[in-house]
Design a protein around this ligand. Structure first.
Ligand code: ARG
Length: 257
């Protein structure tokens, strides 16, 4: 009797182990939760149904497909993205994020996948024709961006807005003299605005910075970043990233010299 019980117990334990084993392997598919501010076309934007689309979403989908991960997207203002990654609330910041020395102290960046620049946007009748004319002028930017950092360092009269659309509205309603924003997003937002208001806004032909974009992870996530870098390298060299830019009708500047 004792023996039977012992055998039954052993069997039960084996069964339990098997169940647990198969359970954990089916739930082992990693979910990569990304934090994004979807007010930054063509990199991330909101569609009518509330879903997020754009170049970086396409890239993340590709990366997750290659690595067998599930992609989960969390939306927030840009100024919450890096803080959330640093606090471990999200796995990655995917938000047109420029790699800077300051940010590298608090986040682990992947290799850059493209280059961008800050651009100046003004109204068509503006006397501002270039960077030199910005001295002492009122400039709108998005909060916690490199545009804000750049404009503050340059000593302009800076108004910061949590949403890019509000930074744009500050210009179109005459509250500021210029709007400083990353070039590809400037091109997209100005195109959309000018469709409804022909010729209203102008992007000045003077890129002010060089900004490598990358994805930001928690400082401790070295293994994950190594995996993502491996895929990114392939996607850059085999032309997938360039094709994603093209599909989103945006010019591509590779970070590789
Ligand atoms: N590249 C700039 C930065 O890193 C702006 C990014 C803004 N991104 C956004 N999704 N609104 O500061």
């Amino acid at each position: 009797m004792k023996k039977t019980i012992a055998i039954l117990l052993a069997l039960a334990m084996i069964l339990a182990l098997c169940a647990c084993g198969s359970g954990s392997s089916s739930s082992a598919k990693k979910t990569l939760t990304i934090a994004t501010s979807p007010d930054f076309p063509p990199f991330e934007n909101l569609s009518g149904d509330g879903s997020v689309y754009g170049i970086e979403i396409d890239i993340m989908n590709k990366i997750c497909e290659e690595l067998g991960w599930e992609l989960k997207i969390e939306q927030m203002d840009f100024d919450s993205v890096l803080a959330g990654v640093q606090a471990g609330k999200f796995d990655a910041g995917v938000s047109g994020i420029t790699v800077t020395e300051g940010r590298q102290k608090n986040a682990l960046f992947t290799d850059p996948y493209c280059l961008a620049a800050q651009a100046i946007v003004v109204t068509a009748d503006s006397p501002i024709k270039g960077k030199a004319d910005l001295d002492g002028k009122k400039v709108s930017v998005q909060t916690a961006t490199t545009a804000e950092e750049f404009c503050m360092a340059a000593g302009y009269d800076v108004s910061s807005f949590a949403a890019n659309s509000d930074a744009q509205a500050a210009l179109t309603t005459g509250k500021v003299d210029a709007w400083v924003i990353d070039d590809l997003t400037a091109a997209e937002m100005v195109k959309v605005y000018n469709e409804a208001n022909p010729g209203a806004l102008v992007i000045l032909d003077e890129p002010m910075t060089t900004e490598p974009y990358a994805f930001a992870f928690n400082l401790k996530d070295t293994d994950t970043v190594a995996k993502v870098n491996e895929v990114l390298k392939k996607l850059i060299s085999d032309g997938t990233i360039a094709a994603i830019f093209e599909a989103n009708e945006a010019p591509y500047t590779s970070p590789l010299k």
